[in-house]
Ligand binder design. Structure first.
Ligand code: ADP
Ligand code: MG
Length: 269
């Protein structure tokens, strides 16, 4: 029955499409490999505009989680993107809906130019040449790489090559960007430049950004929220300043990685 609301009272709340939009939400995600429980009932939420750090010791299940969120790994659980149920969707479908990722340790096409490395992603998504050209030029421009368009990717300095690896996945409507160890192999200066770029990314592209990274100093400077997994389970999620003091988190790191445990456990950065 409909009732008229009195001034100052609220009509009973219904699910709000505005609330569902702007979120990638995975719930109850589990993955097993021949008896090994790589992910066990994991929930994860990535909001548009935020930077979420996903950390955990080696073998924790971080890459497997990115694989499930992008359709590369079958799982049980549910995946909702901007209010649309995308559970079981293929990688191209998720990519077209704006869920984009980089792979750990995957390099570019070194014989192709910088421009062609971006173009190939747009063409792979089924866009026409003319549209791809405009979108690719736009991404390279925002990344300050337009002057390198005709350079072969294989001749780029490593830090720039890694930057191109991120630029190319943003072509045409990235909404949720998942980066698997983007700072791996970078020196300190390159890592600082990456930090500066990633900090601006959510605003530049109106997207949410999730970063997996072993460099905890970078993570602590970059992220608005932190989620920690270990042995396929969520140990903690929330404000980085609080999560990094969580005894279970510090212990998980000290067990595997003393330096990481000390960074997380340190009272002051
Ligand atoms: P992380 O990225 O956190 O280091 P992964 O997600 O790569 O961890 O791996 C989680 C666990 O799942 C590890 O024990 C790993 O050996 C195992 N694993 C990952 N991918 C596969 C696969 N394709 N087949 C079998 N085991 C896998
Ligand atoms: Mg990994």
């Amino acid at each position: 029955m409909l009732t008229r609301s009195e001034p100052g009272t609220r009509i009973q709340e219904r699910p709000d499409p505005e609330e569902a939009a702007g979120r990638l939400r995975a719930t109850g995600i589990s993955v097993s490999f021949a008896g090994l429980r790589a992910l066990d009932d994991v929930d994860l939420e990535l909001r548009s505009g935020e930077i979420l750090g996903l950390i955990g010791p080696n073998g924790a299940g971080k890459s497997t989680l990115v694989n499930t969120l992008t359709g590369f790994q079958r799982c049980t659980g549910r995946l909702v993107v901007d209010g649309v149920d995308m559970t079981g969707s293929s990688p191209p479908r998720l990519s077209r809906s704006g869920v984009r990722r980089t792979f750990q340790n995957v390099r570019l096409f070194p014989a192709m130019t910088v421009y062609e490395n971006v173009e190939v992603v747009g063409l792979g998504l089924g866009m026409g040449h003319r549209k791809v050209r405009a979108l690719a030029e736009d991404v390279l421009d925002r990344f300050g790489m337009s002057h390198l368009s005709a350079t072969s990717a294989g001749s780029l300095p490593y830090g720039i090559e890694r930057r191109l690896g991120i630029a190319r996945i943003l072509v045409g409507g990235a909404r949720y960007v998942l980066l698997d160890e983007p700072a791996a192999g970078l020196n300190e200066d390159e890592s600082d430049e990456l930090l500066e770029l990633l900090t601006r990314l959510p605003e530049m592209f109106s997207c949410g950004l999730m970063v997996i990274e072993h460099d905890l100093r970078l993570i602590m400077r970059l992220c608005h929220r932190l989620q920690v997994i270990d042995h396929g389970r969520v140990l903690a999620v929330g404000d980085p300043a609080i999560v990094r003091r969580d005894p279970a988190v510090v212990e998980a790191y000290l067990g595997h990685d003393r330096a990481g445990g000390e960074v997380l456990g340190a009272a002051d950065r």
